[in-house]
Write a protein that binds this ligand. Structure first.
Ligand SMILES: Cc1ncc(COP(=O)(O)O)c(C=O)c1O
Length: 442
């Protein structure tokens, strides 16, 4: 009887976003003990980590804001400013000369997160998009929410620099004929991996063999270092299978608060089903009126500014130094397996097998905080890596996200590599290594 009155969507538990869920736990600890001064390694926000907004970006915004007519304060086209969508077509051609993308197949949303939500929402019930594991939870959660079932995933292989496990991928495709699409996140969040050409070639082959479309989340494609390069899926796939490329402003420049992302539907000409899917997404967008006008308006000027490429180069150099320094420090731990990041701004160290149990703890000075953490760590079903991150937060003040919150099949945690200050990085990560040792030995 009780159940019939409930009106909350039954798939709500499928919506998980550990990257911010831990923020609520930290807020609670701060409420109990205001002396906490947390190190936020949970979220990829360069502004929060002290990266300055480049002056040329501020100048471009000011110019647009002051333009007579105040157009940037108004609504814009429901699929995104036409001029900017045409610019996206040229941008795609710049990186992939074979591209025949039409600007009518480019759509803007308020942040790429919104594109992702809409993409899965418009999927026919029962049809699935296979996810990587570990994965960026917005993808896996929305896919799983729409399906009302657990994500169907292929493993990323830590023994092979976090490249996709292609044998496992094919096994899953054979097992699940309901899969119609394949998600690739490259460069990868949460692992920091950059996929090599051979891997992407094999992914395109599998997509062709199993008649799938590819969703390529390339939001980090300009963040590649350690001598690696980004291989464009548009060039590798060409017109073999329909392709959705996801990009955005959030990571290309320190302005994630702009909330500006876009989807490119490549090769709608080749398949009516895919064209219908793109049309459904566009129809859905009409109902939202439009997405953020100002960022869309300044976007082409930003990327074409004479300072942008230099700025991007320096940004990547900074990320490379930070990622390597952090990996070196973490690699000193006997309990962790560290796979170096070559792109994006994350690293996911794993615990060596069998090293965690549900009795391990770290010292917590404040008795009320200790009680609260013991309560959180109580449930027998709590993943062991999540238990570790609770103790790390309360004892060492470091906010990290457990690998299990990324649907990761291996226990570990994700940190960001965004801290700009080398001395602070050293202090934070040496403290983390000590905390891991103390936790494992407790
Ligand atoms: C792989 C990936 N895709 C999409 C997004 C969402 O980006 P946005 O800030 O534009 O919503 C993120 C954000 O961290 C991400 O890591």
């Amino acid at each position: 009887m009780e159940d019939s009155k409930s009106f909350t969507h039954p798939a709500t538990p499928n919506l998980k976003y550990g990257i911010r869920e831990i923020v609520d736990v930290a807020a609670k600890l701060k409420e109990i003990d205001p002396t906490y001064n947390f190190v936020w390694e949970n979220i990829g926000d360069p502004i929060a980590k002290g990266w300055p907004v480049p002056p040329f970006l501020k100048e471009i915004i000011k110019e647009e804001v002051d333009r007579p007519g105040d157009a940037v304060f108004g609504y814009s086209h429901s699929r995104g400013a036409v001029g900017t969508r045409k610019w996206v077509v040229d941008y795609a051609k710049h990186f992939s000369p074979s591209s025949i993308l039409d600007y009518e197949d480019v759509v803007f949303t308020s942040g790429l997160g919104s594109s992702i939500a809409i993409l899965y929402q418009m999927l026919k019930p029962g049809r699935r998009i296979i996810q990587p594991a570990p994965a960026y939870p917005t993808h896996s959660s929305f896919e799983s929410f729409s399906a009302g079932a657990a994500p169907i995933a292929y493993k990323l292989d830590p023994k092979n620099n976090w490249q996709p496990d292609l044998a496992h991928l094919e096994e899953q495709l054979q097992k699940h004929p309901e899969i119609v699409g394949l998600l690739v996140i490259n460069p990868n969040n949460p692992t920091g991996a950059v996929y090599d050409e051979k891997t992407l070639e094999k992914i395109a082959e599998l997509a062709e063999k199993y008649h799938l479309f590819i969703v390529a989340d390339e939001v980090y494609f300009r963040m590649v270092y350690n001598g690696h390069r980004h291989n464009q899926i548009t060039e590798i796939n060409r017109n073999r299978v329909p392709l959705i490329v996801l990009r955005g402003l959030s990571k290309d420049i320190p302005w994630p608060g702009a909330r500006c992302g876009w989807m490119e539907f490549h090769y709608t000409q080749n398949q009516t089903d895919f064209a219908d899917y793109a049309a459904a997404v566009k129809q859905r967008l009409l109902l939202e009126v439009c997405s953020t006008t100002l960022p869309q308006t300044v976007l082409p000027k930003l990327y074409e500014h004479p300072s942008f490429e230099d700025w991007n180069k320096q940004y990547n150099q900074g990320l490379e130094v930070a990622a390597n320094q952090i990996a070196d420090i973490l690699a000193a731990s006997d309990s962790l397996k560290v796979i170096r990041a070559n792109g994006a701004f994350y690293l996911m160290p794993l615990f060596k097998e069998g090293i965690l149990n549900n009795r391990q703890t770290l010292p917590i000075k404040n008795p009320e905080v200790k009680k609260y953490i013991e309560f959180l760590a109580g449930p027998a079903s709590l993943p062991l890596d999540k238990r570790f991150t609770y103790y790390l937060l309360a004892s060492a003040g470091i906010v990290a996200v457990p690998a299990s919150d990324f649907y990761g099949p291996f226990p570990g945690f994700r940190v960001t590599t965004l801290d700009r200050d080398p001395a602070r990085r050293k202090t934070t990560y040496e403290r983390l290594v000590r905390a891991v040792a103390q936790y494992v030995e407790s």
